[in-house]
Structures are given as C-alpha cells and as structure tokens.
Design a binder for this molecule. Sequence first.
Ligand code: HAM
Length: 434
Amino acid sequence: MSTLKAVRGTRDLLPPETELWNRVESTARAVFARYDFGEIRTPVFEDTQLFARGVGEETDIVSKEMYTWEDRARAQSEKAQSLTLRPENTAGVVRAYIEHKLGETGLIQKLYYIGPQFRRERPQKGRYRQFWQIGAEVIGPPSAGSESPLRDAEVLEMLATLLNELGITGWKLEINSVGSATDRPRYLAALRKALAPVKHKMSEDNQRRAETNPLRVLDSKDPQDQEIIEALPCIADYLDEDSKTHFAAVLAALDACGVPYHVNPRLVRGLDYYTRTAFEFIHGGLGAQNALLGGGRYDGLSEAIGGPKAPGIGFAIGLDRLILTLQAQEQTVLETIYINTPSDAYIAPLGEGQNAAALALAHELRNSGLRIEVGDGSFRLKKSFEIANKLARKIVLLGEDELRSGILTVKDFATGGQTKIPRAELAAALKSQP
Ligand code: HAM
C-alpha cells in the first residue's frame, strides 16, 4: 500500500518548532491586549459569495485560488450552497460585524484573530496552501471616528511594536494610498488608456489583468514587463484632496511616533476592497515571497457585502513567514526555548507494579507546577537512566521500598549527586535546586 502524506502545500508543525509558534502567538496576544483588542474566531468556511463580493471576483485569490465546493442539502431545511475555505479573514470578520450588529454599539470594534487560511497557490518557500495569519481589524461607524487617519497610524505603530517585541530586525514598512472609491475610476481609466497600446508586449497574465483588473499589473513581478510598468501613471497623481490630506495625516502621525516608513507609489494589494491607506511590511530574508504582512483600509467593504457604512483598517501577518524570518535570524532560538530546557524530573517506576503510583506522583508534582516525564516499570534501570538523561534534569526512582518508606531517591544529572528526599518535600526540592 502506498504511504499517505500531507497534501501538497500543507505541512505538519512539530515540537520543538511549535514552541516558537506559541511564543509568537502569545506575544501577539499580549501586545494586542495593550491596545485593547479582543479576539474574534470566525468559521473556517463561509458562503462563497462572501469572498466573491468582498475580496473581488477578478482577484487572483477568488478567480484561481479558492477551495470551493458545492455543499448538497442533507435535510429539507437546508439548501444546496456553494462553500469556500476562507482564503483570508477580513471578509469573515466584517460579515460577523454585520451579522451581530456590532455597529449599533456606536463604538469602534477592535478585533484580532489567529488561524489558518487556504489558497491554492503554487507552493514555494514561504508560500503554502494552508498557511496561518495573525490579523486584526479596526472597524466601526464613521461617527465613532473609524475613518480617522489616527486609526491607521495606531495600527501601524502597533505592528512596529509587535515586530520589535518579537525580535524581528530589518523589517521595512512600505506604504501608499490607493485612493477612495471616487479616485479609483479615474485612475483605472488612465491605466487602461496607458496599457492599451503596449499590453500586447506583456506576459499573458498581464494582458489578461490589463483588461480585468489593471491595478494588478502594477504588482506583477514579471521581469519582462517591468519597463512598461515603470512608465505607467502613478495613483498619487489621481488622488482627490480628501485622500491626499488623509494620507498626509497618516504619515505625520507615523513621524510623530517614530515609525519609519517608505512611501512606495507602486504598492497595490491583491484584494479589491482596499481604499486609501495600503501597506506591507517586507523582509529581505524571505526571498521572492518577501511580504511579512499586508493590510490597509477598506472603507466600502461592509456595504459591498450588504452591511451599513463601516469604514475599517486592518492587517494580516503571514505567521509561517514570520517564523521563517525568526528562524533565519536566530539559529539558536529553538534550542534556547525548548531543547535546552529539559523537564524538571523523570519518574522511573522500578517495576510494573509501581506504574500507577508513578503516575499518581507525576500528577501531584505537575499540579505543583513542575514539568514531569514518566517512564515505564518494564524498563531496565539502565534504560530508564539513559532516557531520563535525555529528557530531564533529574531522575526520581520509585520502587517498592520507596513507596513503603515514603523516602525517594533523586539523582541530579548535572552534579551526579544522589539524595534521599521525603515525598512531602519532593516538589519543593525539585523546584529549589537548579
Ligand atoms: P494578504 O496580503 O493577502 O492580505 O495576506 C497577508 C499576509 O499573509 C501576506 O503578507 C503573507 O505574509 C501571508 N500569506 C498570504 N498568502 C500566503 C501563502 N499562500 N502562504 C503563506 N503566507 C501567505 C490579507 O489576507 C488581508 N486580509 C489583510 C488585511 C486585513 N487587510 C485588511 N485587514
């Protein structure tokens, strides 16, 4: 029989690497809490229409990369429905905002999420078909100040703080304004006009994009098309006064809190909902997939999926890429957080008759906060010592005599010293000794 493997583009995360994932996730949760964000968990699959209307039919994500299936009705009360594994989480969060009438609070909602997303892309380093995002959204009615450039700057400042706290060095914030719903049609018309005489010289993908979604041409990495792209009109020249003032205010607030940035007038994003501020944090260590995270403002998204006016801004960090960056940066990080921190003790039952008692002792010690491994009474003593030496700092021997007397033999692998400790004092002794 052929062996079964994880599906192409998906992978297993194993210890000790998962320790690093946990550390990153808990740092993110701690930073988000300081900015008063609460966690939201939305379903992993949604109605396909949510992404078609929210992210945009013409985007690569919706047109080529979604895992979509027809879910047949199983009961009379159910309808057949097209469902999709979420390729991103912003549309789901905005759907939940609408569904739970969060706008009626009259307050800005600050929500974060950590979870898997699914895109059927060509797998390569830093690009998977199931990948993880840590994201956050700030959304609310305009009366709550959700359109304020201060919200944009606050989100960007939080991201800079988070990356710094995680120890990521060498990140670069690229920022642009992609204009409002009124600027966009004028710019798209200018792009189409400029592309019309030259598009036949471009790659097949870009010829198609020039027709369906000309903004995406700007984002193309195709080397043969770069010269044409360089000469295309710039969105900055098509922004109206409101968009220009908004963007200037975001940059001024970033200056005020010392967040470095680079205005990249060619930056566009792969999702259609963006308006005004759009950004990416890139990292040189990542190779071709150099976007550590991306985000921006989406002032019309709620209305596009049938909700009230609810401007918002948010981001999603590619967690897989963040981990790759940390690993490349600190070769030793895995060892320091996991491999070099063995358990506090290994309990070795000296016969199978002591297995249950060993588990009970482990239960007691774990409840007092110690990290404990338990062996097996069928092991010979030599084998117990060998395994314990790999996993723990100390070995606790538990035989018939020890159980009867309540005095346990503990050997410390670092010093080689052996001591006898009454059971009642064992937890304290294991904690106090280095
Ligand atoms: P996005 O740029 O499509 O934006 O994805 C955000 C980040 O997810 C990327 O910068 C990248 O780090 C990571 N990512 C995307 N695709 C993959 C993949 N196939 N494998 C590994 N990592 C990947 C969004 O998803 C928006 N929802 C962000 C947002 C939130 N905008 C406003 N609010």
